[in-house]
Design a protein around this ligand. Structure first.
Ligand SMILES: NC(=O)c1ccc[n+]([C@@H]2O[C@H](COP(=O)([O-])OP(=O)(O)OC[C@H]3O[C@@H](n4cnc5c(N)ncnc54)[C@H](OP(=O)(O)O)[C@@H]3O)[C@@H](O)[C@H]2O)c1
Length: 349
């Protein structure tokens, strides 16, 4: 496992693959029993991984509780990230982004995790209500109190991240450390706005569901049900020709390379991350030790340029406006054209 700074805003050094622990526990009726979660955690640590992703809501608090036990022996080896917003239970002030929820949720997470601080605290989802300056100032208060070291925004639109970030910078608050978004071969829309923003601003990017919730393993084509029926959410399906084309390409490259589709999909994510100047870190989501091993095998697979191009082409997304115009302008400049934006031929005087 290699290590990188998590973006250009912090000195935090994280492993190139994070361990997601949404499957740690059985509170959602689909996940890992404690003994299996322990095997996954130990194997990830043994492979050199140090970046742990959890949330208060995962498996109704069980993910954090289990991590509290697993982390106890070597707490300082790990970068521990948790999230608030969805809450462990419902209730007026148990969910949402408010400062009221943030403070209470963090205290409860620290108790479950049996630690006195988090390296990274994410706002899990925007609630559509709480002003961004309340959120960013709340994270700043927690950082100044030493309860978190850094804060970040998960699943927020780029304009809200950029606005919160600018407010923090102008007011001397603790800078946002990063964003967390879904990204994989089957979900690349973050490449329009969110990932270029992260790159430009030096934000780290933690990327969830790198296997599309299991879709990119190809197992649903062979009749395996797994999370699709076990959890009934957070799984991509062949709902359009694009998903089918992406999975066809993954399976073809896997057959050609003689490896599992999981390895191909994650090797693509790692290659994509390596091409970025800002840290992008895929968050693995294994439910078993064997699934973790299959994922870690991606670290040793180098896709050929032709294989990479095949996967890129099958999964390409339309850029849409205004990103298409920006892309075309950049291409014109890179090609030495005298005009950067006009799509029309330059009139000859
Ligand atoms: N910020 C957010 O809103 C957000 C949202 C989602 C996730 N996350 C984070 O990201 C992490 C990863 O997300 P994810 O769980 O969706 O990741 P993922 O890797 O896309 O999906 C994980 C699922 O893929 C299946 N799988 C993995 N390896 C497999 C293999 N070798 N063979 C067959 N099936 C395999 C398993 O399904 P089965 O269970 O069917 O075996 C597993 O539950 C989470 O744990 C969490 O930490 C964050």
């Amino acid at each position: 496992m290699r290590y990188k700074p998590f973006g250009r805003r912090t000195g935090l050094r994280v492993s190139e693959l994070a361990l997601g622990t949404g499957n740690f526990g059985t509170g959602w009726g689909h996940g890992s029993e404690p003994a299996e979660a322990r095997r996954i955690f130990d194997a990830y640590a043994e492979a050199g991984g140090n970046f742990i992703d959890t949330a208060d809501a995962y498996q109704v608090g069980q993910s954090e509780q289990l991590l509290g036990e697993f982390l106890a022996a070597e707490r300082d080896r790990f970068v521990v990230a948790s999230k608030y917003t969805l809450g462990v239970q419902g209730g007026l002030h148990a969910t949402g982004n408010s400062r009221r929820t943030m403070i209470a949720a963090l205290e409860a997470s620290l108790r479950r995790l049996k630690t006195d601080r988090l390296e990274l605290y994410w706002v899990h989802f925007p609630d559509g209500l709480t002003p961004i300056d309340e959120i960013v100032r709340g994270l700043d208060d927690l950082a100044r109190a030493g309860k978190i070291l850094h804060g970040g925004l998960s699943n927020f639109p780029a304009w809200r991240v950029a606005r919160g970030d600018a407010i923090a910078e102008l007011r001397g608050w603790t800078p946002l450390a990063g964003i967390q978004i879904e990204h994989s071969l089957v979900e690349r829309t973050g490449e329009r706005e969110l990932l270029p923003m992260a790159e430009a601003l030096g934000l780290g990017a933690a990327l969830w569901s790198p296997l599309g919730g299991g879709f990119l393993t190809g197992k649903y084509r062979t009749g395996d049900e797994g999370r699709l029926t076990g959890l009934g959410m957070l799984v991509h399906t062949e709902k359009s020709a694009r998903e089918t084309a992406v999975l066809d390409a993954v399976l073809a490259v896997a057959a050609e390379a003689g490896v599992a589709p999981t390895q191909v999909a994650l090797a693509w994510s790692l290659a994509h991350a390596a091409a970025s100047t800002s840290a992008r870190v895929p968050i693995l989501g294994p439910r078993t030790r064997e699934q973790l091993d299959a994922a870690l095998a991606a670290l040793t697979l180098e896709l050929s340029p032709a294989q990479r191009a095949r996967l890129d082409d099958a999964s390409a997304i339309p850029l849409d406006t205004p990103h298409r115009q920006v892309h075309d302008s950049r291409a014109r400049i890179a090609g030495g054209q005298p005009d950067s934006i006009l799509p029309l031929p330059i009139p000859v005087a």
